[in-house]
Design a protein around this ligand. Structure first.
Ligand code: MF3
Ligand code: CO
Length: 241
């Protein structure tokens, strides 16, 4: 297994773990983004956060709050008790990329919001377990969608997980929805970013005024978890664990 990829994955996991205690009411998305940049600068020299500048994206990380499901631009809005904050980062080392995201619960949330977060995290592991040689990307999408809809929530259609490795985005696309037997075959050695994006309400989206933020159109809560994995003959290896 590639050493740089492993190291990029460890760095991403460490940063997202540190955010479990950093993210709190009173902080802002800009505080979170600065924490991430400072941590890499101090402890991971030579590593980069390639979201910055990607397609013109203005920050090193995506910070998406409440009905913003992905691609939130960190800003000065103050995070409050009851918010759901999603942080998505890509870490690059030596030309290898690891992509991971978590949803953080700020203070107290109603039971249904807590369940949304739990279901989305579980959906990630359901999707990872299906990511094996001989399966197709439609199988991964199918099990994700079936599980999430059984729990009464809905999945993203417009954005998907993706191949990753020596670039941030590669083939194949790894959808959150689908039908068994459809899509490209998953092969041993593939590196995939698997990322359930789940809506408490309807899955329709709109883009925010910053031209990046992907928002649930109905304004309801959303959650997102992501790991970069390596497909093997046996269980997938989670690079960002
Ligand atoms: N992890 C995100 C994705 O794969 C990163 C997007 S790059 C950004 O979609 F420019 F949107 F930040
Ligand atoms: Co990501």
């Amino acid at each position: 297994m590639n050493k740089h990829l492993i190291n990029a994955g460890k760095a991403a996991a460490e940063i997202l773990s540190l955010l479990e205690s950093f993210i709190a009411a009173g902080r802002t998305g800009l505080d979170i983004n600065r924490f991430i940049e400072n941590h890499v600068e101090k402890y991971y020299p030579g590593y980069t956060l390639p979201c910055k500048g990607y397609g013109g994206f203005p920050a090193a990380s995506c910070v998406s709050i409440n009905n913003c499901i992905v691609h939130g631009v960190p800003d000065s809005r103050i995070i409050r008790n009851g918010d759901l904050v999603k942080v998505d980062i890509v870490v690059e080392m030596g030309g290898w990329y690891a992509d991971s995201a978590r949803t953080y619960i700020v203070g107290e949330v109603p039971p249904d919001v807590k369940r949304l977060v739990e279901v989305t995290q579980k959906a990630l592991y359901v999707a990872i377990a299906e990511s094996r040689p001989g399966k197709r990307t439609g199988d991964v999408g199918y099990v994700t969608q079936a599980y999430v809809e059984k729990e009464g929530f809905s999945v993203m259609r417009k954005y998907c997980g993706h191949g990753i490795g020596q670039s941030m985005h590669a083939e194949p696309s790894v959808p959150n929805y689908g039908r068994r037997g459809e899509g490209p075959e998953i092969k041993e050695g593939m590196i995939l970013a698997v990322e359930p994006m789940v809506f408490m309400g309807k899955h329709e989206i709109k883009i925010g005024p910053d031209k990046w933020s992907v928002l649930a159109e109905d304004g309801a809560m959303t959650a997102h978890f992501e790991h970069t994995i390596l497909v093997t003959k046996g269980d997938p290896v989670i690079i960002t664990a």
